[in-house]
Ligand binder design. Structure first.
Ligand code: FMN
Length: 283
């Protein structure tokens, strides 16, 4: 599934919707934009009872009804990439999810220190999960030294989390170039202007570099590919988490690897498709 068009643009920001009827019902019909914003903010704060200090322990969201439990028999094909695509399709159709392909990527540097950040998942194939970034960035340097990565997606309106663990590798330069030129020209120039994760003296510095590039390329010159491209994460573990109101959440984990099918016992570990095994984990 190609994800390039699923983000922001499709689920445009105008659909942003702080749904709760409480937020809308008491608004007077005519008011200035400023008054409108203030009223909304006050209502939001009162709904969340967060006016002076945030009581995180009291924030509790209603999850699924008991009848909506996620059972093994509901998984049509016991293959996690196929299941990922099914869940993703539901996520893309869920209007409140503005960026269903936003995923938190964790890397570990050569000294064993972890770090994470969001990236946009841009493709899901039978081989794995693709994202794009600067090849000189912090994350890229981590991957150079240690290709083991983890990625997590959280889809709040669906009460779903997906965890992916695997090994990252650079995709071919041709594939990176193809995707690079599909991006809006301003984003291509932005990627060329920014040595991601390096220290810079000011915002102005970036603007000046961008201006220089624009002057050099003219209005329609092709933007050269910077030190930038895609990574493919080949997964070995994928976990699907479905939140439940009683906190007895459903967790189904898939794993694959050498001789993993030897672990299949039909009780805790079950045989899946394409060399995957699956098991239920306690929440
Ligand atoms: C929702 C979201 C999506 C992002 N997508 C990307 C992306 O696809 N690629 C990327 O390099 N940075 C992306 N970023 C910025 C990264 O989070 C991060 O700031 C940047 O990649 C530098 O990270 P690093 O210094 O750890 O390498 C995104 C940020 C957010 C909040």
């Amino acid at each position: 599934m190609e994800l390039s068009k699923t983000a922001g643009a499709q689920n445009g920001i105008d659909k942003r919707n702080y749904t709760s009827k409480q937020l809308h019902s008491k608004q007077p019909k005519k008011q200035s934009i400023h008054t409108h914003s203030v009223v909304r903010l006050q209502q939001l704060l009162s709904v969340r009872k967060m006016s002076t200090s945030v009581n995180l322990s009291a924030l509790r969201l209603k999850y699924r009804e008991k009848k909506e439990v996620f059972l093994e028999e509901n998984i049509k094909v016991k293959q996690p990439i196929k299941l990922f695509r099914e869940w993703l399709e539901e996520a893309v159709k869920t209007e409140e999810l503005l960026e269903p392909n936003a995923a938190c990527l964790a890397t570990v540097n050569k000294d064993g220190k972890p770090s994470n950040r969001f990236v946009l998942l841009k493709d899901v194939t039978d081989e794995g999960f693709r994202f794009f970034t600067n090849y000189g960035s912090h994350k890229a340097q981590d991957i150079d030294g240690n290709p083991n990565v983890a990625m997590t997606l959280y889809w709040l309106p669906l009460r779903r989390q997906i965890r992916i663990e695997g090994v990252a590798e650079k995709i071919s330069k041709e594939d990176s170039l193809t995707y690079f030129h599909q991006r809006p020209r301003a984003s291509q120039i932005g990627a060329l202007a920014s040595e991601q994760s390096s220290r810079i003296p000011s915002r102005q510095h970036l603007d000046e570099i961008e201006k220089e590039i624009k002057n050099k390329l003219g209005s329609d010159g092709e933007v050269p590919l910077p030190n930038w491209g895609g990574y493919l994460i080949r997964p070995h573990t994928i976990e699907f988490w479905q939140g439940q109101t009683d906190r007895l959440h459903d967790r189904i984990q898939f794993r694959r690897g050498p001789e993993i099918e030897m672990e299949v016992d039909g009780k805790l570990t079950h045989k899946g498709e394409d060399g995957w095994v699956y098991e239920r984990l306690a929440p």
